[in-house]
Design a protein around this ligand. Sequence first.
Ligand code: UDP
Length: 360
Amino acid sequence: MKILTILGARPQFIKAGSVSREIAKYKEIEEVIVHTGQHYDANMSDIFFEEMQIPKPNYFLGIGGKSHGAMTGQMIEKIEEVCLKENPDWVMVYGDTNSTLAGAIVASKLHIKLAHVEAGLRSFNMKMPEEVNRILTDRVSQILFCPTDTAVENLKNEGYDNLDVKVVKSGDVMQDGAMFYKKLALEPKQIQNSKFKIQNYILCTIHRAENTDNEQRLRDIFEVLNEIAKEKQIILPLHPRTKNILNNLKLNIQNLTLIDPVGYLEMVWLIDNCSLVMTDSGGLQKEAYFFEKQSITLRDETEWVELVELGVNSLVGADYTKIIDAYKNNSTFNTQHSKLNLYGGGKASENIIKELISYE
Ligand code: UDP
């Protein structure tokens, strides 16, 4: 069996890495990896392949830093060429980026079976490019690997029971990765080698377009973070998109400990050692839970609603007062909550490959 894996953005390297490790156990499966180049900086891409020992991509398409249309269009063209040459049994796509959508469109037009990992997630906000990408990708897939019960339920509500598609609750491949790499965590070099002293700290990331592309939201978020950082250190690995925008806005954010994006092993260390997570990332909300940390999500909605229902994640948007209140009223993580098997307990990759092998 030949699987053609499409990836291109940081969270996809982390997700696909776990599945590649599983594929490597099977002699009868060949994996061909296509990296679209959506993220291409050394600290957003190369480092993940190196330190997580993800097999080197067989194809690097070099399509990054473009508008949504240009990026997706060029990806479709190039992925089609690769698919025609490789003739895989499956195209496998992850999450909700433009690389995911491009892979899905090519596979469906060439009648190659398509597997979507992280299917069924919904924010119900059609203004998010990710929401559009995931809905379209789900609709043309033959097998949908859902990370959670909520994701399965979302697909049911959209009538997927009546479609010729297999919906599988596989669990979340990000939990596989978090469990595997926990023992390999590394203290970030930037912190060791710099003026920064690491104290009892909050780990924060901000990169989502709904925040970075809305000046008021971004100003409010950074104003409140800067205020909180007067009393508690906030370490913020800065996404290149956010960095560019912040440079233009000239905000006063001198209290924050800004560092460059880190590799996954250092990120795992930062999560494991922090006292609270504040983020607009999808992946980091769950990683906080895997490492038994409370999180505050700086978005108006989340795909990981089970964490909000459990009370381990406060969803507060970009509102100054709501963010401060969530920070002040934040409780300690109840470790009983991490015993609930919400995300499959680290077996998602195994489940996914077994399903693909037995698919008829
Ligand atoms: N991450 C990382 N280094 C960083 C920031 C994030 O390794 O400097 C990891 C993070 O732990 C998570 C993934 O990147 O596993 C999340 O990616 P991102 O927040 O870019 O995307 P999202 O999850 O929101 O799609």
